[in-house]
Design a protein around this ligand. Structure first.
Ligand SMILES: C[S@@+](CC[C@H](N)C(=O)[O-])C[C@H]1O[C@@H](n2cnc3c(N)ncnc32)[C@H](O)[C@@H]1O
Length: 373
């Protein structure tokens, strides 16, 4: 199997390189309106934003910033196939402009745009991002009534274009079965409050154009891709930043395509392909390790596990997991302009054994026993 990952260093208000109804999933995180680190970026796209901020007209600035994002949500709707999903990570902002402190409800504003565009909104994830920062409490401290509650969560908005996706052909059904997630992953991932992943390091190769990238964690993109698409699909990210979505898509065996307005991020997106390959492999193996630990605990608790996963011969809780099959990235290599190609192995020996350095066709004798037990 192979997948391709392409970046365009252009403005995503017009994603003309992506055909209409051509991608199955959009995973993204826009610059957050009214968070100070993004003021300059919004101002560069629309000078009226700068003017409004200078005049302390925060409500006008908020409206103008979102007008810029609305154009990208419209493009998002255009490029998605019917039945495709949009997952948008966004935080609200709380800020003083002039003498006025208020909340800027970015998630609500984006949701209402999605509704207007005809998306079907679905239950969202509240991503808890706890901080120990001493300044997390805002306002009058111990004196009522001028203190404000902390802002320690973000949202992952989830919306679908049109009706439910159909998996009609034999091939589509197979890809879906192989893309199953573990039962215990389902229980955590499809919960409406995520206590993790933790935030991510914001280091950039160059300190320009900003000192922080605003990157989301690899795990966030990886989970969403695993939850809302199947192998071989294409995932788009209109606000690519450092390329987290491309890396997570490669790890999950999906194709990907991203837009990023700052060409300086090219070197972050295509940095250190060997390390990137290792990161994708590590995630597959940690899923297996976590599953095996879960199985061990469940058996130790005296609970039954009825089914066996066919490729790996380990126990799984439900029939839906029996054909779950991982594709392990063997190599990520440059491919055409601003693109990568990933090649995979799905040999169970290679996938299960991190000590194997080369793919092998050798299958250990199982004698009808479980593969690992
Ligand atoms: C919150 S960051 C995304 C970070 C990304 N998820 C990551 O993990 O690195 C938003 C990104 O959108 C980019 N951006 C802002 N407006 C844009 C536009 N109109 N078109 C394309 N990219 C844009 C910014 O430069 C920034 O890198």
């Amino acid at each position: 199997m192979q997948t391709v990952h392409r970046a365009y260093f252009k403005d995503s208000r017009n994603m003309q390189a992506i055909g209409s109804a051509s991608v199955e999933l959009v995973v993204t995180s826009p610059p957050y309106p009214m968070i100070e680190m993004w003021d300059e970026g919004f101002g560069a796209l629309d000078p009226a934003v700068r003017k409004a901020l200078k005049a302390n007209d925060a409500r006008a600035a908020f409206a103008l910033m979102h007008a810029g994002l609305d154009a990208v949500w419209k493009e998002t709707h255009r490029i998605l196939k019917p039945g495709g999903f949009a997952c948008i990570n966004i935080g609200d902002a709380a800020r003083s402009v002039g003498d006025d402190f208020m909340l800027y409800p970015n998630h609500a504003r984006i949701l209402s745009c999605l509704l207007e565009l005809g998306f079907t909104p679905l239950p969202a994830v509240l991503w808890r991002k706890q901080t120990n920062a001493p300044n997390k409490f805002m306002g009058s401290g111990m004196y009522p009534a001028g203190a404000y509650v902390t802002l320690e969560h973000e949202y992952i908005l989830i919306a679908r274009k049109g009706a439910k996706r159909e998996f009609s052909s034999k091939e589509e059904k197979r890809r879906r079965r192989e893309s199953a997630i573990f039962w215990e992953e389902r229980n955590a991932w499809y919960s409406d409050v995520w206590m993790e992943p933790k935030g991510t390091r914001q280091n950039l190769k160059k300190k320009k154009p900003r000192t922080r990238s605003g990157a989301f964690p690899f795990e966030l993109a990886y989970r969403l891709i695993s939850m809302f698409s199947v192998k071989g699909d294409t995932v788009a990210d209109p606000f690519l930043g450092t390329g987290t979505t491309l890396r997570a898509a490669a790890a999950a065996g999906r194709n990907s395509i991203g837009y990023e307005i700052e060409p300086e991020f090219r070197q972050d997106v295509f940095a250190d392909l060997a390390a990137l390959t290792a990161q994708t492999q590590q995630r597959i193996r940690s899923r297996i390790d976590e599953h095996l630990a879960f199985v061990e605990q469940r058996l130790a608790d005296g609970r039954e596990i009825k089914h066996i996963n066919r490729p790996y011969r380990f126990p799984v809780v439900t029939r839906q997991e029996t054909e779950l099959l991982f594709d392990l990235v063997e190599e990520l290599s440059p491919f055409e302009h601003d693109s990568l190609r990933a090649t995979y192995s799905n040999d169970p020996v290679r996938v299960l054994d991190p000590r194997c350095s080369t793919p092998t066709n050798h299958r250990p004798e199982t004698n009808g026993q479980l593969y690992l037990f």
